[in-house]
Design a protein around this ligand. Structure first.
Ligand SMILES: Cc1cc2nc3c(=O)[nH]c(=O)nc-3n(C[C@H](O)[C@H](O)[C@H](O)COP(=O)(O)O)c2cc1C
Ligand code: SF4
Length: 483
């Protein structure tokens, strides 16, 4: 992953953990309504893909164990990982694109309810993404994948397409780059990636016609499975975030202007709302900043937040960055990963940072967005995440009105019981995240995600282990001491 050149190593904020009485009086452990759903506390585990679904997208025992373990920590809410709304193969990522997925998801809801003693509300993140191909071997790309154009023929002066291909293969990279179009060069060096602006492709042109129904059907299934609500994934490198981005130059009414860029995200929400009704929680996760050249800024996010609140969303969860635009070049045979560049750093910042540091890095943007939503007359709860891992830090964010709900992804992975330990006055027992992104590196390799702080502890005692048997797939057990 990209690291800020300053490489300043930051210490985590002091835990200064509360006593049980202080926790009981705190904002963090006070309830909040998320539309029709009441959270018992303002603690939230944001979506994290753990790479545990079956190859065909079904809930597996390791998926159940993963969420059950988070539920034992009894947070106010857990958001189940990005789950695909289409009925297409997508590797071991959860899917909700057909009714056959509902039974497994219902079991997941049931396991979380039981494990949290009914304290935790469960949302599921609904995602659509466009096609991205692996980086091809150079010769294979030039000999088999590249579509030969007049430009290639003119540049090589070769008589037939086979000769054009061979001439391209023989070129050095500088010359080849000058001959290929920017998109062809990208397809060769990064892997071909579809964009929402590729309206020459019928399935991309039709996204505004197709996506509202796909999201609405997925939300109906989520409701049928028993989830308390859905989080529409409008963040990071995926389809809906790309519609919101200033890089969206579509000219069909779904891009270019702020209104155009907002149009599909709002239409998707309206279709979902019409399907699940007012008494079901629907919110979205979107970017407070895209953190790429020419990408969305906090000013864009303010406008997005106001529009989503006005449309009637029940919560707004903020994230940052995580784009393909600045991703590092993948190895041949691998796909680009949207968390390897600067924008990826902003999404999951590590301890080696710039002067600002990784802890609560997303909070200033959240403060501006929340203030704008309140000034527009909406009380929609705002969820913030990013390096939040201490009681006083979380409490101060709530006290200053910078957000309404505190999300912690990696700290909850490091210690799924950390919110509960705080609430019980047992903060000294918290296993604190190191923010060095061992977990994220596994995610990048599409390997089952674990935490370096627990995956080698009592490995033999853990029934669920990584395929090589060397890492536990579930955090070690913990239970509060008997009173
Ligand atoms: C392994 C891993 C998987 C993630 N998967 C998702 C995801 O599916 N959807 C999403 O919106 N964010 C995802 N994220 C980002 C987190 O939700 C969160 O925004 C980010 O880690 C910053 O919060 P933190 O500092 O509390 O970890 C993932 C993060 C990690 C570490
Ligand atoms: S692997 Fe590292 S960054 Fe990830 S949760 Fe564990 S301690 Fe935190």
């Amino acid at each position: 992953m990209w690291t800020p050149p300053e490489k300043i190593r930051h210490a985590p904020p002091p835990g200064d953990w509360p006593t049980a009485e202080e926790a009981a009086r705190s904002r963090l452990f006070s309830p909040i309504d998320v539309g029709p759903v009441r959270l018992r506390e303002r603690t939230w585990v944001p979506a994290m893909v753990p790479w545990r679904a079956s190859e065909d997208g079904f809930v597996t025992e390791p998926v159940l164990a993963w969420y059950e373990r988070f539920a034992q920590g009894q947070p106010g809410a857990i958001v189940v990982e990005a789950t695909g709304i289409r009925d297409v193969p997508s590797g071991p990522l959860l899917r909700i694109g057909d009714d056959r997925f509902v039974a497994g998801l219902a079991t997941l809801v049931e396991r979380v309810r039981r494990a949290s003693g009914g304290r935790t509300r469960l949302f599921i993140q609904l995602i659509d993404f466009l096609r991205i191909r692996r980086r091809p071997p150079r010769e294979r790309f030039l000999r088999a994948f590249l579509r030969i154009t007049e430009g290639h023929r003119a540049a090589t002066g070769a008589a037939d397409d086979e000769a054009v291909r061979e001439a391209l293969v023989a070129m050095d990279d500088d010359r080849l780059r000058a001959v290929l179009s920017p998109r062809e060069w990208e397809a060769l060096t990064m892997g071909a990636r579809e964009r929402v602006t590729d309206t020459d492709l019928p399935h991309v042109r039709d996204l505004p016609r197709v996506l509202p129904g796909l999201f609405a059907d997925a939300a109906r299934r989520a409701k049928a499975a028993g989830f308390d609500g859905v989080e529409l994934h409008y963040a990071h490198a995926y389809t809906m975030a790309s519609f919101l981005s200033p890089t969206n130059t579509r000219t069909d009414g779904y891009g270019t202007t702020l209104e155009g860029r907002l149009r599909l995200p709002v239409e998707v929400f309206e279709a979902v709302r019409a399907e699940v009704g007012r008494d079901y929680a629907v919110g979205c996760r979107f970017l407070a900043e895209e953190c790429i050249d020419g990408g969305g800024t906090v000013e864009d996010a303010v406008a997005h937040a106001r529009a989503f609140a006005a449309a009637g969303m029940d919560f707004l969860s903020l994230s940052r960055g995580g784009k393909f635009d600045d991703a590092k070049q993948p190895k041949v045979g691998e796909a680009a990963y949207p968390y390897t560049g600067r924008s990826g750093y902003e999404c999951m910042p590590t301890v080696r940072s710039d002067a600002r540091g990784p802890f609560g890095r997303a909070v200033p943007a959240a403060r501006r967005i929340r203030a704008a939503v309140r000034a527009a007359g909406f009380d929609t709860p705002i969820v913030v995440a990013g390096g939040i891992c201490a009681f006083s830090q979380a409490e101060a964010i709530l006290a200053r009105g910078e957000a309404d709900i505190v999300g912690a992804a990696r700290q909850s992975l490091a210690d799924p019981d950390w919110f509960r330990k705080m609430r019980l006055g047992l903060g000294a027992q918290i296993r604190r995240c190191r923010y060095t992104n061992y977990c994220e590196a596994l995610d990048q390799k599409h390997k089952p995600v674990t935490c370096q702080l627990w995956d080698r502890i009592d490995v033999e005692a853990c029934a669920l282990r990584s395929p090589d048997g060397r890492r536990r797939l579930v955090a070690p057990p913990w239970s509060p001491p008997a009173p």
